[in-house]
Design a protein around this ligand. Structure first.
Ligand code: SF4
Length: 497
């Protein structure tokens, strides 16, 4: 480990990233899960070598913060000693319940393994940027729809067979859909798309592919055997196939079209990262089912527990895991949506573990208002922070939970960088020289409509909440009410409380 990565690179164990509170590393166990003892060991390492804060990101990666160059080296040694193999190369991600979810359309693990092998064989890991990723999703109880990726392969039922829907550049809703094909063809299209990206350079993503290239990918699948998968010429950047075929429709999805879908500013508690940047530059949407609560598995049950704002003191994670171990948990998997799954539990073991988690301050209810707020570490954790984001968020969650309905996106940002939610939010509190600015329907980088002292920001939001309660029409959402109030009215309510 000779050099630490610049901001924007992937902060793997071997390449920690500089943040406002020291170096940060991000870990993804190759095996997908961790034993409870391994997670306890990792927590102890985080206490010994970092600042004692552990995080689970919107994509379900584990992060340890507050490291120094020397302590990061020691941490890497301890991860090795714990026997935790961490992912390297191009991320080919599967859901946390892959292979154990009885509602899956198909087990995505064999295809994911096949894609990994093909990407390795093609030598793409060195040619692609660190944020290029692939998702292979089998469907089921916990969708990966909210997680963005360069290539998405999703199992869909089509009459009597299972096909893999191939799409590129985005989350499930925004990604450009190319085709529905069998597993081998899906793998080959995925690798072909990544080759095209590699030809464009390490900063490129599939969103940079031309319409012609996308059409080439979409029409190639039907007859080109894998053995003749062409290399992509830098000059052409196209797949040299003469095959023409229309993308397929399936019973699950009849909209295989190439083109942008509409954008929105959906939250947010799942968006962005705690690391001072967004993993994958992603705008995230909540999964179809929150990863919080009990899930029936092929064998046994899993209990999903969330980390508020994706962050928890390592000591509390250790205590929760010790309790889970005592209750029979055999494995822990990290989940998109800033959660962890405890596997191997009996139905009777779930309530007491949930109780312990609630007592320790974890999120155990999907309607917890904290899941509606995106908040970066802010001050004092981040050197760039100008407001105490997490304290403000906690106060708002306690005092104004009733206005935090699904329509409203609330982002609390320590500075204008907006790490926790790069996109627009209905309301953004942003720290700056003038205190806590309130931005309406824009990003943290926009000019605030009003200011309050940073320590008093939560009271200003109480003023906005009071205005919503007073003005809201029957059946109207909080966001619709805010739209009626307008930026000037909202700013006045924020300033005057
Ligand atoms: S938004 Fe600013 S304060 Fe918050 S984590 Fe990013 S750099 Fe730090």
């Amino acid at each position: 480990m000779n050099a630490f990565s610049r901001r924007g690179a992937c902060p793997a164990l071997s390449k920690p990233m500089q943040t406002g509170d020291g170096l940060l590393v991000r870990l993804n166990p190759v095996a997908g899960g961790l034993s409870p003892k391994s997670l306890i060991g990792l927590g102890e390492s985080a206490l010994r070598h970092g600042n004692g804060i552990m995080e689970v990101t919107a994509r379900g990666s584990l992060q340890i913060r507050g490291l120094t160059p020397e302590s990061a080296r020691r941490l890497a040694g301890e991860v090795d000693a714990l026997g935790i193999a961490v992912r390297t190369g191009v991320p080919v991600e599967i859901g946390p319940l892959a292979g154990i979810d009885p509602q899956e359309v198909a087990d995505p693990r064999p295809l994911a393994e096949s894609v990994r092998a093909a990407v390795d064989q093609a030598g793409l890991a060195q040619r692609l940027g660190p944020k290029v990723s692939v998702i292979v999703e089998g469907g089921g109880q916990l969708a990966m729809d909210a997680v963005t990726a360069d290539v998405r392969l999703k199992a869909v039922r089509a009459e009597n067979e299972v096909l893999w829907r191939v799409s590129v550049a985005g989350d499930d809703r925004r990604a450009k859909r190319l085709a529905a094909v069998d597993g081998d063809a899906a793998r080959d299209i995925a690798v072909a798309a990544l080759r095209m990206v590699a030809e464009k350079g390490r900063a490129a993503h599939t969103r940079d592919l031309s319409e012609r290239q996308l059409n080439s990918l979409a029409s190639w699948y039907s007859v080109t055997p894998p053995s003749v998968l062409p290399d992509i010429s830098p000059a052409r950047g196209e797949i040299g196939s003469s095959a023409a075929g229309a993308p397929l429709s399936t019973e699950n999805d009849a909209t295989f079209v190439i083109g942008e879908t509409t954008d929105d500013k959906a939250i947010s508690p799942l968006a962005g990262e705690m690391s001072g940047r967004t993993e994958g530059g992603a705008k995230e949407r909540p999964p179809i089912r929150d990863p919080i609560g009990m899930f029936d598995l092929t064998a046994g049950h899993a209990l999903g527990i969330g980390l508020p704002y994706g962050s928890m003191p390592a000591q509390k994670l250790i205590e929760l895991t010790q309790r889970a171990l005592a209750l029979g948990a055999t494995e822990i998997r990290l989940a998109p949506g800033r959660a962890i799954f405890f596997l191997g539990l009996s139905p009777a073991a779930c309530p007491p573990l949930q109780h312990t988690a609630t007592t320790l301050g974890f999120v155990t209810n999907p309607t917890d208002p904290r899941t509606r707020i995106a908040a970066c570490p802010g001050t004092p954790a981040c050197a760039s922070g100008q407001i105490a984001t997490r304290d403000i968020a906690e106060t708002i969650a306690v005092e104004n939970a009733d206005i935090l309905d699904a329509s409203l996106t609330l982002h609390i940002s320590g500075c204008a960088k907006g790490c926790a939610h790069p996109g627009k939010a209905s309301l953004t509190l942003v720290g700056g020289e003038n205190g806590a600015g309130l931005v309406v329907d824009a990003t943290a980088k926009a000019l605030p409509a009003g200011y309050r002292p940073g320590y008093d920001a939560a009271r200003g939001v109480s003023g906005v909440a009071a205005a919503i309660r007073k003005e809201r029409l029957r059946g109207e959402t909080a966001a619709a009410c805010l739209a009626r109030l307008g930026a000037a009215g909202i700013a006045e309510a924020y300033r005057q409380e």
